[in-house]
Ligand binder design. Structure first.
Ligand SMILES: Nc1ncnc2c1ncn2[C@@H]1O[C@H](COP(=O)(O)OP(=O)(O)O)[C@@H](O)[C@H]1O
Ligand SMILES: [Mg+2]
Length: 510
């Protein structure tokens, strides 16, 4: 019988396979000797046991399977069991024929060539899918003399629960990736870039033009002037709009991690902790826009690498010797004086020229006071939406205070200022004292804040009364003493104002 021929002459290897077990018994034989005296005095012929094990295992496996085939070192069929012949509908004796003639998708030739088993695979045959396992066969001298294949199931159906689990994981992965891609989409467009001053109109014009050009843009300007907002608007108006917008703040990343962050890490680049492959920002932004914020803070060695990427348009992930082509539009931004940095040799001149293709300088808020009111109104609108309250109004005198302030933090500071005012008062109309109370160096003439929040621990009643007194005084000042108007500013009725003034000892009489 061919079965015994094969197992008699060949050693079949694969972890956990029949041959693996047979080898285990082998080791036993050499260690303990062919004959072993058991406790009860019976004698066991170890070699005979091994032979038996190999036989029965093979037979067992064969009976469990729905088909089995063995090929010689030329991948010619040496034996095929009746079940397999019936399954495939093979007429006559297939022995001696190249395996692919009978089983077109057989991989046994590859197993012979590589010497590697294929423990689990799905093989197509006509319109059917078989679950198969394949192993190389070794001769006594260790050379490959053939291969053996088992069909574990004649329908991949049996793997359905496993496949379903796998598909579910794939779906989840796809969903997460989609969400991430959505996150990476730019959130702002030119319509959200506020300001009607001549300088802002010019900037929007330049930005729209840059959006169509695909060249590198360099955004200059103080912090909070809207560089990131403009970068997103440019991306959103560009042909890359449907692709990712990925931002990296160079200043926020430790120098030692910058390279990995930019270019990614190949699997196994580091021993230990992170052996997985990690994509760099360049790859994440592929097809889209990469926003390099605070580029002036980039360390010189990384500048050299970035320059190379900008020239070659390819990156080399850390620990890999392969280069990857990337297609990204770069928008760089800095609040620092890049030109001065170049002079001081803190910034590479060649990189500066590479980045400085379309420079756009955003003016500070103090240079365009005419924009303040519209931006402030929009911010108050946004805050109201966030808090689910009606938007607060700004009294003209309050707008004047905003215009007079010099805004070192620009629009960002304006946003924070208004957010603070709104948090500190419920008044629907914001007055000059309200604004002054939160602006540094603009507090109440007495030096104390209108809202005595920083006054240390005091009874709550006292703090509230002090705050009310200040608020009412400010409203009266604003309203030139006209109580009806002051009441409106405070968002209370005139009667309540009278009542509060009496309670607080502000000298009102009924
Ligand atoms: N022209 C503008 N119109 C509306 N919002 C703006 C404008 N300029 C800046 N902002 C807002 O101010 C904040 C700071 O802007 P950002 O773009 O991060 O500034 P930068 O990158 O220059 O520091 C953001 O909340 C942004 O939406
Ligand atoms: Mg910024």
């Amino acid at each position: 019988m061919l079965t015994s021929d094969i197992v008699g002459k060949l050693r079949c290897t694969a972890a956990g396979s029949a041959a693996g077990i047979a080898r285990g018994l082998d080791t036993g034989t050499t260690k303990i000797g062919p004959v072993w005296e058991g406790d009860v005095g019976d004698t066991v012929d170890f070699e005979a046991l091994r032979q038996r094990a190999v036989h029965s295992l093979f037979e067992h496996l064969e009976s469990m399977c729905v088909g089995a085939v063995a090929v010689d070192h030329n991948a010619r069929i040496a034996w095929m069991d009746e079940k397999y012949k019936a399954l495939l509908g093979v007429p006559g004796d297939p022995r001696g024929r190249p395996v692919e003639e009978v089983i077109p998708n057989s991989q046994l030739r590859r197993v012979i060539d590589s010497g590697q088993p294929q423990p689990l695979d799905i093989m197509e045959f006509d319109d059917r899918s078989f679950v198969v396992t394949r192993m190389p066969l070794f001769g006594i001298d260790g050379s490959i003399i053939g291969a053996i294949g088992f069909v574990l199931f004649d329908r991949a159906e049996y793997l359905r629960p496993l496949v379903r689990k796998y598909e579910k994981m794939q779906e989840e992965l796809a969903r997460t990736q989609q969400e991430l891609a959505h996150e990476r989409r730019a959130k702002y467009s030119f319509s959200q870039f506020l300001g009607a001053s001549e300088s802002i109109r010019e900037i929007k014009r330049l930005g729209r033009r840059a959006a169509q050009m695909d060249s590198t843009v360099l955004l200059l300007g103080e912090t909070g002037t809207g560089k990131e907002l403009l970068a997103q608007a440019i991306h959103s108006a560009s042909p890359r709009a449907s692709k990712p917008f990925v931002g990296v703040n160079v200043a926020a990343i430790p120098e030692t991690l910058l390279e990995a962050e930019f270019f990614g890490v190949a699997p196994g680049a580091y021993t230990g902790a992170d052996r997985r492959h990690r994509e760099g920002k360049f790859q994440l932004a592929n097809g889209g826009t990469l926003f390099l914020d605070e580029i002036g803070d980039m360390p010189l060695p990384v500048q050299a690498k970035l320059l190379r990427v900008l020239q070659e348009r390819e990156i080399e992930p850390l620990g890999s010797n392969k280069v990857v082509r990337v297609d990204v539009r770069i928008i760089a931004a800095t609040s620092r004086d890049l030109h001065a940095l170049v002079r001081e040799k803190q910034f590479r001149a060649d990189l500066y020229y590479r980045l400085n293709v379309v420079p756009i300088t955003l003016p500070p808020l103090r240079d365009r006071p005419e924009d303040i009111e519209s931006i402030a109104d929009r911010i108050l609108e946004q805050l109201a939406i966030q808090q689910g309250t009606p938007p607060r109004e700004l009294l003209e005198s309050a707008v004047q205070v905003l215009r007079d302030y010099d805004w070192p933090g620009n629009v960002r500071e304006l946003y924070n200022t208004l957010e603070r005012v709104v948090a500190l008062t419920d008044a629907p109309i914001l007055t000059a004292p309200h604004i002054r109370s939160v602006l540094p160096g603009m507090q109440h003439p007495a030096g104390a804040s209108v809202l005595p929040l920083a006054a240390g621990a005091r009874p709550l009643q006292e703090v509230l009364h002090a705050a009310e007194r200040h608020a009412i005084a400010a409203a009266l000042e604003e309203a030139n003493g006209v109580k009806a108007r002051a009441a409106k500013l405070l968002g209370i009725s005139r009667a309540s104002l009278y009542e509060r003034m009496v309670t607080l000892g502000l000298g009102a009489t009924q």
